[in-house]
Write a protein that binds this ligand. Structure first.
Ligand SMILES: [Zn+2]
Length: 399
């Protein structure tokens, strides 16, 4: 199979990845592609197919995948960044770079709510959101793309506030419920305004995360109707099972399962979505940094947990943390397909895993080994310092 995009007039930066063992597309409809070669030009995927059918000449960088698997860079749908690569929650430096070593190339902020002295007045809250959006747009720790600048809803906001935030480049709201808006009627009104100005919304679901936050039950989630049902498995404290099932059945919105939630409840949400034939709504996050800390391998751990205990094929579990999140959050990454961002993770069976290959090892609950990460067409890291060592790792042969 080979699909070539129309040639560009100039192609200064050509990345060729060859000798791919198998290609995990991130697309739930077709999770494994019959392809061994990917070409990206200027950070965008240009061709996917067989080496014999693709023009691999004049590469700026050529990577021999050495038979390892190529997947889209993983997406963490739920993080709480503050400033640069520092988090005050556990007073940790370099946490985003550590997640890059877990294969994550894109993160979505669910609110910069850990900022010391976080302003709660509307002017201050808007200023902080715009600052965070700008700062993380200009600074990508380790190459990771962080979509930050996610204001939480405060009482007294009016439509013009959302218009102003949207015009300033804010694309995501922080979790509804973390600010002073705690009722579904106000939440729904504000989420509707946000949507009108191109801002996507997420709602906190479940019991309070830390002292000072509060319970959000299924009635408020359904009434607010945010685009993403944030941590449907609680962060940490989950809703009762019947409420989780009701959210899967009665809302059409994204079902986000997080690492820092209730794992049993996460499996319940996954199984319910599967039974309803709604797996495309399931997306993954860590909800870190949090009281449980930062999980550099959090998305890989979710993939192995959901595949092994939730009994879904590994290639499907990988779609939850890549293509599903990209589709639900309107991101240009997350799929190995022409026109998408050239952000990738190379995976192989961890050394000494009992699995007979990468997918089998994930289905048995082991973590994949990361051998290289590419963000926007550029190599960010080679062998991960954090995952169990991959059996085989790709090599840069030219460039
Ligand atoms: Zn939350």
């Amino acid at each position: 199979m080979s699909i070539d995009a129309p040639a560009k007039s100039s192609s200064p930066n050509k990345l060729v990845i060859r000798n791919i063992g198998f290609l995990l597309s991130g697309d739930l409809n077709r999770p494994i592609l019959d392809a061994d070669t990917v070409v990206a030009i200027d950070g965008v995927i240009h061709a996917v197919g067989s080496a014999k059918d693709i023009d691999t000449a004049d590469a700026t960088t050529t990577i021999d995948a050495k038979g390892t698997a190529l997947a889209p860079g993983l997406i963490d749908s739920h993080v709480h960044p503050v400033c640069g690569d520092w988090t005050p929650r556990q007073n940790q430096l370099g946490w985003i770079d550590s997640c890059l070593h877990g294969g994550v190339t894109t993160m979505v902020s669910a609110g910069e709510v850990h900022t010391p002295g976080r302003p709660k007045d509307i002017v201050g809250m808007k200023a902080m959101a715009i600052f965070a959006q700008r700062a993380f747009h200009a600074f990508r720790p380790g190459g990771v793309k962080v979509y930050a600048g996610a204001p939480v809803l405060e009482q007294g906001m009016v439509e013009d506030d959302f218009k102003e935030l949207g015009a300033a480049g804010v694309k995501f709201l922080g979790e509804v419920g973390l600010g002073s808006v705690k009722d579904g009627t106000t939440g729904r009104r504000m989420v509707t305004w946000a949507r009108k100005y191109g801002i996507q919304s997420t709602i906190h679901t479940g019991g309070p995360s830390i002292p000072g936050s509060s319970l959000i039950d299924k009635d408020m989630v359904l009434e607010t109707d945010a685009d993403v049902i944030g941590h449907v498995n609680g962060g940490h404290t989950a809703l009762p099972d019947d409420q989780i099932v009701a959210l899967c059945e009665r809302s059409p919105r994204a079902l986000e399962i997080v690492h820092n939630g209730n794992e049993r409840a996460g499996l319940l949400a996954l199984r319910t979505a599967k039974e309803l034939n709604q797996l495309h709504r399931v997306i993954l996050g860590t909800d870190s940094p949090a009281g449980s800390g930062v999980q550099p391998l959090g998305i890989l751990r979710m993939i192995s947990m959901l595949s092994s205990l939730g009994e879904i094929p590994a290639e499907v579990a990988i779609c939850l943390g890549t293509g599903n999140t990209a589709k639900m959050r309107s991101l240009a990454c997350g799929l190995i397909a022409i026109g998408r961002e050239a952000s990738f993770v190379f995976l192989d069976t961890a050394q000494q895993s009992a699995g007979k290959n990468l997918l089998d090892s994930i289905q048995k609950g082991d973590l994949a080994g990361v051998g290289m990460v590419i963000t926007d067409g550029a190599v960010s890291i080679q062998r991960s310092r954090n995952t169990p060592p991959a059996t085989r790792v790709p090599e840069i042969v030219r460039g």
